[in-house]
Structures are given as structure tokens and as C-alpha cells.
Design a protein around this ligand. Structure first.
Ligand code: ZN
Length: 190
């Protein structure tokens, strides 16, 4: 996820990724991979662990608050999150979530949201205020992530990517048409 206020947060990027981990290309709106629902990860193989590492490197370089595997052309239910942008006070390191799903969601907050696959476009969007996400860690252990506010928004944004949904798909038709026109006019060049 990309956020207007956080674009200046380059203190967490670039080149913070582990040396030798090659970042991937982030696909842009219009690529069919972004509208395809992703498949569950059946087994956490070394390839899955390596992909998660490259996704983290890609997210940190952007820099972005989160990244989903379909954004790098891989149809698997894997997301990575960057607490340095989404949840600054936590001090937590970037991490990967395998097969994440919403276990609990509460409340609603409207806030600004953007996407690394739709650069330069931001919109206000309602999302649950608090979530609990059940997922599998890279070491295979089940885990739960509790997130609220902007962190919850970031997680839910990435989960939408796993279902082939972009943030503007959650807006009404008129707003969506306006934003797409704006992206075609200004966003593609970024
Ligand atoms: Zn996105």
C-alpha cells in the first residue's frame, strides 16, 4: 500500500533489504495478474521463503507499507507488511503472512489510501477500524495479528489484492471512473 503522507518516509528505504536479495518489478493497474484471485500456499517451500524475502526487498525499496504476491505476478496468498510505515511506534521488522484471512473485524474508519500498483492516486475509503488476522508464519507456525487504524487498513488493502480487488473497486462507480481517468492522465508516467 502507498500513502501520501508516507511517501517522504524514505528513511526506511532504499537499500535496507538484505544484500543479494533482488527486488521484483511491481505490476501496474491494467496487468491481468492484479485482478486474478490468488491460490492458497499448500506448503512453505524454500521457494516460498525466497519469494517472501524478495517481496520484502521490493516493498522496502518502493517504499510501501505492504505488498501482495499478485503485485509481483505470483498467484499465491502471500503478503508482506512494513510496520515502519503502517505502525511506526511498534518498532517491528517487516514480515510475511502466508494464507492470511480476517478472523475478526470491528468498527469503521474512513481514511486516505493509495496503492503501489496505482501510483499517484489516493482516495478516502471506509475500512474496519480493528482486525484480527489469522495467518501462517514463514516457519510454518500459525499466528494471529491484531491491528487497528492505519495498520488494519494496510493489512486489509493487501488482503484485497489476494482476491483480485484494487482499493478503488470498493468505491462507487462514479468515483472509480473519475479516479481511473485521473490515473490514465497523470499516474501512468510515475
Ligand atoms: Zn495495493
Amino acid at each position: 500500500m502507498e500513502n501520501r503522507q508516507e511517501v517522504s518516509a524514505v528513511d526506511s528505504a532504499p537499500d535496507v533489504a538484505a544484500p543479494g536479495v533482488e527486488p521484483l518489478t511491481i505490476l501496474r493497474y491494467g496487468d491481468p495478474a492484479l485482478s486474478r484471485p490468488a491460490l492458497p500456499v499448500m506448503e512453505i517451500t524454500p521457494d516460498v521463503v525466497a519469494l517472501a524475502g524478495r517481496m520484502i526487498a521490493t516493498m522496502l525499496r518502493a517504499p510501501g507499507g505492504g505488498l501482495a504476491a499478485p503485485q509481483v505476478g505470483v498467484s499465491l496468498r502471500i503478503i508482506t507488511l512494513n510496520p515502519a510505515i503502517l505502525d511506526r511506534l511498534s518498532g517491528a521488522e517487516p514480515f510475511a503472512l502466508i494464507n492470511p484471512r480476517v478472523a475478526v473485524s470491528r468498527g469503521e474508519i474512513v481514511d486516505s489510501e493509495g496503492c503501489l500498483s496505482v501510483p499517484g492516486i489516493y482516495a478516502d475509503l471506509a475500512r474496519p477500524a480493528e482486525v484480527e488476522i489469522a495467518y501462517t508464519r514463514l516457519d510454518g507456525e500459525p499466528a494471529t495479528l491484531r491491528a487497528s487504524g492505519y495498520f488494519a487498513r494496510g493489512v486489509l488493502h493487501e488482503l484485497d489484492h489476494l482476491d483480485g480487488v484494487l482499493f478503488w473497486d470498493r468505491l462507487n462507480l462514479a468515483r472509480r471512473i473519475w479516479l481511473k481517468a485521473r490515473y490514465r492522465r497523470f499516474g501512468w508516467a510515475r
